[in-house]
Every structure is written in C-alpha cells, then in structure tokens.
Design a protein around this ligand. Structure first.
Ligand SMILES: [Zn+2]
Length: 210
C-alpha cells in the first residue's frame, strides 16, 4: 500500500499516506502509519496492532490530539487516561486501531486552548470558554477517518467512545459500527466540571456518578 486510494484527481487528495514503522509501547508493539493532509500540511498518525484488514470488526479509537492530556499528564480532561485505556484494551485483544488526529483542543489549537483554560480558571465552562474566544463548542472533524480507514483496509469497527458524534460520523462514511464500548475515566476535582459539561452540553454519554 503506497498511498491512500481516493477519487480521481490526485491533486485534491484529502490525505496522503507517507510511511509506516514499528512503535513498541508499554502495552504492545504497534505499527505506526503516518499521513499528511496536503492542503494544510497537518500530520496525522494511526496505530495498528494485528491483522486489521481481514474483514472482522476492529477494536477502534478515534482520538483527537490533546497535548496537555496525552503527554503532559493534565488532570483537566480525560484524554490521556482514555488513550491509555484504549491502548491497553487493544493490547489485551491483540488487534485494533487508534486513529490519532491532530486537532488539538477540540480543533481550536494549542494556544487558543491555553486561553480557554485561562477563562475556565476564572469560572467559564469548557463550552462557554471556546465560545467567548469566537469558536464553536466543538470544531473537530472526523472526515479524515474515511481515507485512513480505507488505507488500513478497515470497514467495520467496535468503537471505544462516549461520543455519539463519532459514531454518526463513521456511519456517514459507510463504516459499520458493530459495537460501542464506553471508556469511563474516574473523576477528579479538576476534571469534574469538564466531564459534566461534556455530558450536558456536548451529548457525551457519561454517567453522573462515575
Ligand atoms: Zn484533553
């Protein structure tokens, strides 16, 4: 597989496959696949474990980049623990995929996210803060999942998510969502309000007492 198969005009390809390599981690030895969006220069990766192209539903996580949560151990959100749990579940199953999309801070970018956190420090909730900065509550797009999954030979998934928007997005791409597997992360004093706002304003399926 040298490049992503997309409709005719190659100059309008939404995503190009660049290369793959081994990525040993604490939980399993994944394969990392690198992609670039020619239009924006944005770089994205997918991690796979096992044979994901054999037609069986693939345990999957669509994860949007969160530098503070994924790499800096922030307790303001549940991104890091969700990523870790998803990798552990894939390792336990011996097969799965993580699409890691570089759309930091629900799509507003890292610097705006710091500004949004500042507003939250002063009392705004996560949705109000983004809106006060002139952004929609959630700017994330999942359209790139389509060429990524096609490149990897995946047409059916068991999706680890609490977010109904992701399920709807995949179904719109003719990807079969065979199962939804919740990823429930423990609350702490710092993420409690964030998780409550995700449930009440962004439609996430999170039980209030978890
Ligand atoms: Zn986060």
């Amino acid at each position: 597989m040298s490049s992503v198969e997309l409709p005719v005009n190659s100059s309008e390809q939404a995503l190009e496959f660049v290369d793959s390599c081994a990525l040993p981690t604490t939980w399993a030895n994944f394969t990392m696949h690198a992609f670039i969006e020619p239009a924006t220069g944005k770089e994205h990766v997918a991690l796979t474990l096992g044979d994901v192209a054999n037609g069986e539903p693939v345990l999957a996580r669509i994860h949007s980049e969160c530098l503070t949560g994924d790499a800096l151990f922030s307790k303001r959100c549940d991104c890091g623990p969700q990523l870790e749990l998803a990798m552990q579940k894939i390792a336990a199953e011996g097969r799965g995929v993580i699409l890691y999309l570089r759309q930091e801070g629900r799509g507003i970018g890292l610097l705006a996210k710091v500004q949004a956190y500042h507003l939250q420090d002063e009392g705004a909730d996560t949705v109000e803060a983004n809106q006060r900065l002139g952004f929609a509550a959630d700017l994330r797009s999942y359209t790139l999942c389509d060429p990524m999954l096609k490149h990897l030979g995946i047409s059916s998934v068991k999706l680890m998510t609490n977010n109904p928007r992701k399920i709807a997005a995949l179904q719109n791409m003719q990807v079969r969502v065979e199962e939804q597997i919740p990823l429930i992360i423990a609350r702490n004093p710092y993420n409690e309000r964030y998780l409550a706002t995700k449930a009440s304003k962004l439609g996430h399926m999170l039980a209030p007492d978890l």
